[in-house]
Design a protein around this ligand. Sequence first.
Ligand SMILES: Cc1cc2nc3c(=O)[nH]c(=O)nc-3n(C[C@H](O)[C@H](O)[C@H](O)COP(=O)(O)O)c2cc1C
Length: 367
Amino acid sequence: MTSNTKILFEPAQLGTLALPNRIAMAPMTRSFSPTGAPSDDVVGYYQRRAAGGVGLILSEGVHTNQITAAGTPNVPHIVTDKAKAGWRKVADAVHAAGGKIGLQLWNEGPFRNPKNTKHPDTPSWSASGMKIPGKPLWEPMTEDEIETAINEYVNAAVATKELGFDCAEFHGAHGYLIDNFFWDQTNVRTDKWGGDWNGRTRFATEVIRRTREKVGADFPLIIRLSQWKQQDFSAQATKSPEEMLEWLQPMVDAGIDIFHCSQRRFWEPEFEGSDLNFAGWAKKLTGKPTISVGSVGLQGDFIGAFAGETSKTASLDKLVTRMEAGEFDLIAVGRALLQDPNWVTKVRDGRNDELEPFTKDALMSLS
Ligand SMILES: Cc1cc2nc3c(=O)[nH]c(=O)nc-3n(C[C@H](O)[C@H](O)[C@H](O)COP(=O)(O)O)c2cc1C
C-alpha cells in the first residue's frame, strides 16, 4: 500500500449532509438482534466505528415491518417502541463519538422464505410473485399491499429522522422488494406499477415522494441501487447510460438526494467505451452526489466472505485515482470495517502494516 490517501480525508458536503471525510461504512446485516431491538452490544459496535473515524455509518438493514419485511433471523426492525428506543441509543452513541449515521430501511420481499419465519402461511411480497424470473411463487402484491408497504417505508424513514439519525437509506438493491419492482425480469405487471421504467420506478418514487413530504426538504434521503441481483450476479437492469437515466431521473424528481451504487468491485466499468463505474455514471447523468462501494482495501469480493474465504489486504491506489477524478463523492467500506473498527484511522495515519486481512471470524461477533 503506497497510496497518498489525503483525498479520502477531505470534508464532503452532499446536499445538506456535511461529513468530515469521504469514507462511509457500508450497510451490513449482522443478525445480532434476536428481540428485534438493537442491544447495547449493537450500540457499542456502531460507536466503535464512529470513534474509529468513519465519516458516515450506514446501518445494517432494518426491517420496515415484523412479518412480510422479515426473512432473515435476528435482524432488527423499527416498529415497536422498544426497537425505537434501542435505535435512539445507537444514534446518540455515534454522535457522542463524533460520528454520523443513517439507518438502511429494508423489506426483503421475495427473499423472505415464509417457511423459515414465524408466519409460514403469510405469502411474501413481490411485484409479480417472483424471486427467480419466470417462476412465480406467490400472488402479485395487491393495491392494498403496495399501499401498506410504501407507507411502512415512509413511517420507518420518519421514525429514523425523529430518533435523531442524520439520514435514511432505502434498500433498493440486490433483488429485495424495491429492486424487485425495478427489474423487468421480476416485474411483469401490466398496471401502473409495471411496464416501462416510469411504471417500474413508481413503487420507489412513491416511497421517496411521500417520505419527502413528511421529513421536509433538508433531511437527506439515500437510495441504494444495484445492477446485479442476488439471484443473478450478471444481471444488468439498465444496458446503456440513456436507459440508466430513465431509471434514475424519476427518483431525482421524487426528491432523492444521494444514490448509493452497489458494485462488488468498485473499479469495474459500467458500460463499454468508458471507465466510469456505476456511481460515476449515476453522478454524471443526474448531477446528484453518489456513493461507490465494492472490495475496498481487500482482494476477493464479499460473496466469497459468505463462503468463509479470507481476503488479503489490497492497495488503495485505484480508489484514490477515481476519488481524485471526482467520479463519486463517498466510498463505502464493508468487510474491512467489520474486521477492524480502526481501519479508517490506520489508513489516515499511513499505518498500512497494521491493516488486517478479512477473515470469517469477523462475521461471528460484534467486535
Ligand atoms: C456480512 C455482510 C452483510 C451485508 N448486509 C447488507 C445489508 O444489510 N444491506 C446491503 O445493502 N448490503 C449488505 N451487504 C453488502 C455490503 O454493504 C457491501 O456492498 C459489500 O460487502 C461490498 O463491500 P466490501 O467489499 O467492502 O465488503 C453485506 C455484506 C456483508 C459482508
